[in-house]
Ligand binder design. Structure first.
Ligand SMILES: *Cc1c(COP(=O)(O)O)cnc(C)c1O
Length: 375
C-alpha cells in the first residue's frame, strides 16, 4: 500500500455522535456525510455509522445514490439544490427531497402522481443565507401548495444558519449571535403559519448546524444537523465546548529520501527557501494533489520520531521537503502530517483557510484506513 495514508478512527466518530445525542436528546440527529464524509472516506464511515444515525444528510443527489448502492437503508436528505431533471433519481433511490422552490415542489408532485410513487419531502426555508430556499416573507404559497400535494409525504421543514460559528453569546460575536436569533425568529414565523391556518406542522423541523448544536438549544426543534462537530472539530476557535468531541483523523507518510542540503542550494520550485548552514532535509511523498495544500508552503510542520520539524520550500504536487537540522532522520521513518497533536485547526491556519476545507481536500489518491470497524 502507499506509504501516505489517512487513518480514520471509527469508534471515535461513534463516541462523538453519542456525546452529541446525549446533549440534544430528545431531538434526533442527522449525520452529515457529504463531501466524502468531510474527507474521511464515506465508504468506510457510512456503513459503520448509519445504524446509529436517525437521518443522513448529503449535499447532492449523486452522494445519496452512492450511499444507496452501498446498501445504506437509513433515510437520506439531499440538502443542496436540485434540478427538476434530477427528480426521477429521488424516486428510484428513495431519497428525501429538499423542496427549495414552489416550482420544484410542483414538479415533484406531478412526477409522483404520474409515476404513482410517493416521495418524502422537506420544505427548505431561507431565513438569511440567500442560497437556496423560499424566504420567510414568501413562504405562504409554498406551504399552501404543500398542503395540496396528495402524492408527497411532507415529512419535514428546515432552514440553515449563515453563521455556523457565530452563535456564541460573546461580546465579540454579538452581531453573529443577533443574526442567528433573527434567523430563528424568521423560522418560527413560518412555523406559526401552520397554526394560523389550522394545519399540522411537519413532523421533522430542523435548523441547527454544529455551531447552533453547541450553543443555541432553541434551534434544535425535532432534529439537529451537526457536520464538522460529528467529525470532532469545533466550528470556531472560541466557541463554548458544551459537547466533548475529538478528531478521528491521522494523516501519515514515510520519509522517502534523506540528504544533507548545502547553503546556496534553493529547495523546491521557486527556490523559496535556502539553508543557512548544511542541514539534513528529507522528502515526504505527499503533495498538493493529495490535499496537502500548496498555500501551506514554508508554514507547515510535521512530526517525525516524536519531534516537530518545519516544512521548507514550495509544496509540490506529489512531494514536499522538511528541514530536520542535525537529526538522524532516515528513509522509511514515519511522518505525521495530521494527528499526534497536529490538529486540523493548525493546517487551516497554515493554509489561511478553515478546517472544513482542509479535511474535504484530502484527495481520493490518499488511501483511507478505517480503524476499529468491528464493533
Ligand atoms: C453542511 C451542512 C450542515 C453541516 O454544517 P456544519 O457547520 O459542518 O455543522 C448542516 N446543514 C446543511 C444544510 C449543510 O449543508
Amino acid at each position: 500500500m502507499r506509504p501516505t495514508y489517512l487513518e480514520v478512527n471509527l469508534p471515535q466518530l461513534k463516541q462523538n455522535l453519542e456525546n452529541i445525542r446525549k446533549h440534544v436528546s430528545p431531538a434526533k440527529v442527522l449525520v452529515v456525510l457529504k463531501a466524502n464524509a468531510y474527507g474521511h472516506g464515506v465508504d468506510g464511515v457510512a456503513p459503520f455509522i448509519a445504524p446509529f444515525a436517525d437521518y443522513i444528510g448529503v449535499a447532492i443527489v449523486e452522494e445519496g445514490i452512492h450511499l444507496r448502492k452501498m446498501g445504506i437503508a437509513t433515510p437520506i436528505l439531499v440538502m443542496g439544490g436540485t434540478l427538476p431533471g434530477q427528480l426521477p433519481d429521488f424516486f428510484e433511490y428513495d431519497l428525501t427531497l429538499a423542496a427549495s422552490s414552489l416550482d420544484l415542489l410542483t414538479a415533484a408532485e406531478q412526477l409522483a402522481e404520474s409515476a404513482r410513487k410517493r416521495l418524502k419531502v422537506h420544505l427548505k426555508i431561507d431565513t438569511g443565507m440567500e442560497r437556496i430556499g423560499v424566504r420567510e416573507y414568501e413562504a405562504e404559497p409554498l406551504l399552501e401548495k404543500s398542503w395540496a400535494c396528495r402524492h408527497l409525504d411532507i415529512e419535514g421543514i428546515f432552514t440553515h444558519f449563515a453563521n455556523s460559528e457565530a452563535t456564541a453569546p460573546r461580546a465579540e460575536r454579538l452581531s453573529g449571535f443577533v443574526e442567528a436569533k433573527l434567523q430563528l425568529k424568521r423560522f418560527q414565523e413560518v412555523l406559526s403559519m401552520y397554526e394560523k391556518r389550522n394545519q399540522p406542522q411537519p413532523a421533522i423541523r430542523h435548523m441547527a448546524n454544529s455551531g447552533a448544536t453547541l450553543s443555541l438549544r432553541e434551534s434544535y426543534f425535532d432534529m439537529v444537523r451537526p457536520g464538522v462537530l460529528f467529525y470532532g472539530v469545533y466550528p470556531a476557535r472560541d466557541i463554548e465546548k458544551t459537547i466533548e468531541v475529538k478528531t478521528a483523523l491521522a494523516w501519515k507518510s514515510q520519509v522517502v529520501y534523506s540528504k544533507i542540503t548545502l547553503p546556496g542550494r534553493g529547495v523546491s520550485y521557486g527556490s523559496l527557501w535556502q539553508a543557512e548552514a548544511p542541514t539534513r532535509t528529507v522528502t515526504i511523498p505527499c503533495g498538493y494533489a493529495d490535499g496537502y495544500l500548496r498555500r501551506m508552503s514554508n508554514q507547515a510542520r510535521v512530526i517525525i520520531n516524536g519531534k516537530s520539524y518545519p516544512q521548507v520550500g514550495r509544496v509540490c504536487m506529489d512531494q514536499f521537503m522538511v528541514n530536520v537540522g542535525g537529526d538522524d532522520v532516515r528513509v522509511g521513518d514515519e511522518v505525521t502530517m495530521l494527528g499526534e497533536g497536529i490538529a486540523p485547526e493548525e493546517l487551516a491556519d497554515w493554509a489561511g483557510t478553515n478546517e472544513y476545507e482542509v479535511m474535504t481536500n484530502i484527495s481520493a489518491r490518499v488511501p483511507r484506513i478505517f480503524v476499529g470497524a468491528v464493533q
